[in-house]
Design a protein around this ligand. Structure first.
Ligand code: AMP
Length: 265
């Protein structure tokens, strides 16, 4: 493709694809002449107690969705092709990795950075699209690319949502019907908070209200509800909103952990 003068766009995924992933492929095709997608459930970003073996897999279905979206090539390596038995390298992005998701899942961003760095070198794309659904991950990848001078432009893809506002996620497949109904409280609570914050409601009380709303709706545990600077995820100074920010949350319904985030201001 490169020899033919094509520009290459890349979308990294763990498969079990939904409309969110497909939107990233379409975005890639708007910016480059070819799109490559990877399907790889990356063992390095799961802790021992997490859902690696249960993670949904449907390679044939995924390939069909990618083809329909205009993807030109699928890279679906086996775990031992990515990580030989004597694989010994780890990429660690500091700063933005060490908070929020990094506190709840200490192994996570190291695993993501290691696999994405390797995928970038294997695919050598001109451009890569990452979803805002995983907002902190998007910032970690941006930092990785800047720090290591990967010659790749990172483009953010907006979060694609279900009709009731729930952010699409491969993990939504774990939810029972009642849990799925509970899940819509997450985007609802975030939207309510955004409206309050944009009307100068106090930040601390507004975030506490989101946590209470989630608990009342039936979430089993709230890992965090946070308001952060949009570009750095640094804490927002002051008692009320003064500039552009991001609200981010992570909470469990039963044993399923959901994350979401939205722009504020
Ligand atoms: P995953 O397969 O969950 O690792 O996600 C692969 C890519 O798709 C990441 O860049 C995600 O941020 C992105 N993604 C996941 N869900 C969505 C969504 N609902 N809307 C947009 N992008 C998403």
């Amino acid at each position: 493709m490169r020899a033919a003068g094509d520009t290459l766009g890349f979308v990294a995924t763990m498969g079990a694809l939904h409309e969110g992933h497909v939107s990233l492929v379409r975005l890639a095709k708007q910016n480059t002449t070819r799109c490559i997608a990877s399907l790889f459930v990356n063992p390095k970003q799961f802790a021992a107690h997490e859902d690696l073996s249960a993670y949904p897999r449907d390679e044939a279905g995924d390939v069909a969705k990618l083809e329909a979206a205009g993807c030109d090539l699928v890279f679906a390596p086996k775990p031992n092709e990515m990580y030989a038995d004597d694989f010994a390298t780890a990429i660690s992005v500091g700063g933005v990795s060490n908070d929020l998701e990094g506190l709840s899942r200490p192994h996570f961003f190291g695993g993501v950075a290691t696999v994405v760095a390797k995928l970038f070198l294997q695919v050598q794309p001109d451009m890569a699209v990452f979803g805002e659904k995983d907002y902190q991950q998007l910032l970690v990848i941006r930092k990785l690319v800047r720090d290591m001078a990967f010659p790749i432009t990172i483009i953010p893809g907006p979060t694609i949502r279900e009709m009731d506002g729930l952010a699409m996620s491969s993990r939504n497949a774990y939810l029972s019907a009642p849990e799925r109904a509970t899940a819509s409280a997450m985007p609802r609570a975030l939207r309510t908070a955004i409206s309050a914050l944009e009307h100068r409601a106090p930040i601390k009380a507004t975030l506490a209200r989101v946590e209470a709303d989630l608990t009342q709706a039936g979430f089993a545990r709230v890992d965090y509800v946070a308001l952060r600077e949009a570009e750095t995820l640094a804490p927002v100074a002051g008692d009320t909103l003064t500039g552009a920010a991001r609200i981010l949350a992570a909470a469990l319904i039963g044993r399923t952990r959901l994350i979401d985030n939205m722009a504020v201001g």
